[in-house]
Design a protein around this ligand. Structure first.
Ligand SMILES: *Cc1c(COP(=O)(O)O)cnc(C)c1O
Length: 405
């Protein structure tokens, strides 16, 4: 039986309207190139929102999924499995962590991190130590707990009562955290760089200050590295760039290179409180996902790939700066590694989506982060030629938007 023909119009007929996808429907990808239903080619600087760390259909991932798909896909956590243990071993060996928990997404990883922090504080200090401090403009996922921690009421309002004891400080403003934190604080959760919230890195003094305040009040520091982790910033995890060690770290997105998987990493001291039966997931740590993530890890966690990310960042920065000298549209290029944001200047406030649409017309997939930032999160191994070609297309898009006024 052949499949029915589907188009963008089918989306409106059969899918819930919580997304509003662009017109073009991708059908095939290879490396940093994508083709749509009409066979038109695009260069991909979106990376599936910082997920496709090795681009599309990378040979290492294709062979990992092929091999594992003929051995074992899923057994549940009634049994453990080799790929999960091997991946956990790799993560433990290359980070601060002693222990790992696997799940299927970033939201689930943060949900687990927050639940673990609450349980740790309850057992170690008592029920009154339950406050979670998060930051305005941050993003931690869409479950009710994580969306409430995220600092955007537009995402968390309208779903009934929210989980309590969650307060919000101002990102990169240590005094606002100092005003909220106390011995009742169980955890502070933050992204080392705001991803969805505008591609804004934490300042070094801020992130170090968060660590010190957490120490002072026996609060756990949870770093949400769902977007920044797994090589994205040129370090396996971004905390390593700051030299600030969290108590719990959440990882997802790039971790699976396109296959859904999430994880939290933590210490023995904290992790022992997620006792038998306290938390779980059916699919978390399944052999198929872990085999793929393990293969991605082996490619990413090498000196050559990590330093290559820094070189690619330089290429982006130089090209974008040159485009800006010509067209004067950005106030700043910010971010780190291959999570970069071109920030709209005064004259182009609110136009990030117009740049995204214009780029697509030129055959380039980019992202936005809010109304004022065009976001780039390409494959970490993107070919330098693809960067050059993609930015040439971006320049044409910028010229179009500027000409349109
Ligand atoms: C994407 C993202 C999440 C949510 O991950 P999902 O896999 O969509 O649940 C959480 N935190 C950060 C920083 C993210 O960028």
């Amino acid at each position: 039986m052949s499949e029915q023909t589907v188009t963008r119009a089918t989306f409106d007929e059969v899918m819930l309207p919580n997304y509003s996808p662009l017109q073009m429907i991708p059908v095939k990808g290879l490396g940093s190139h994508v083709w749509d239903q009409e066979g038109r080619e695009y260069i991909d600087f979106s990376g599936g929102i910082a997920v496709n760390c090795l681009g599309h259909c990378h040979p290492a991932l294709v062979s990992a999924i092929n091999e594992q798909s003929q051995k074992l896909w899923h057994v549940s956590n009634i049994w453990t499995n080799e790929p999960a243990l091997q991946l956990a071993q790799k993560l433990v060996d290359s980070t601060f962590a002693d222990k790992v928990f696997f799940c299927n997404s970033g939201a689930e990883a943060n949900e687990a991190a927050l639940k673990l922090a609450r349980r740790y504080a309850l057992e170690k200090f008592g029920a009154e130590k339950d406050q979670i401090i998060a930051f305005k403009q941050s993003f931690h996922g869409r479950t009710l707990f994580t969306v409430t921690a995220g600092g955007q009421p537009a995402y968390s309002d309208g779903f009934g009562p929210k989980p309590g004891a969650i307060d919000h400080a101002v990102y990169n403003d240590l005094s606002s955290l100092e005003a909220l934190i106390s011995d009742k604080t169980c955890a502070v959760i933050l992204e080392p760089m705001l991803g969805e919230g505008g591609v804004t890195p934490a300042t070094e003094s801020f992130i170090k200050g968060v660590r010190e305040l957490c120490n002072k009040h026996n609060a756990l520091m949870i770093l949400d590295e769902v977007q920044t982790g797994f090589g994205r910033t040129g370090h396996l995890y971004m905390y390593q760039a700051y030299g600030v060690t969290p108590d719990i770290l959440s990882s997802a997105k790039s971790l699976g290179g396109g296959f859904p998987i999430g994880a939290i990493l933590t210490t023995n001291e904290v992790g022992q409180h997620l006792k038998f039966g306290t938390h779980g997931t059916t699919y978390g740590g399944n052999p198929l996902g872990c085999a793929i993530a393990g293969a991605a890890f082996d490619v990413i966690n090498t000196e050559a790939v990590l330093s290559g990310i820094m070189q690619r960042e330089q290429m982006f920065r130089e090209h974008l700066t040159a485009i800006n000298e010509k067209y004067n549209v950005f106030s700043e290029i910010r971010g780190q590694g291959l999570l970069l944001g071109a920030v709209m200047n005064e004259a182009h406030q609110g136009q990030a989506r117009e740049f995204m649409a214009a780029a697509l017309e030129q055959g380039l997939m980019v992202l936005v982060a809010g109304a004022n930032v065009v976001r780039f999160a390409p494959a970490l191994v993107i070919e330098p030629q693809d960067i050059a070609d993609g930015l040439a297309r971006f320049e044409k898009a910028v010229a179009r938007v500027v000409a349109a006024g």
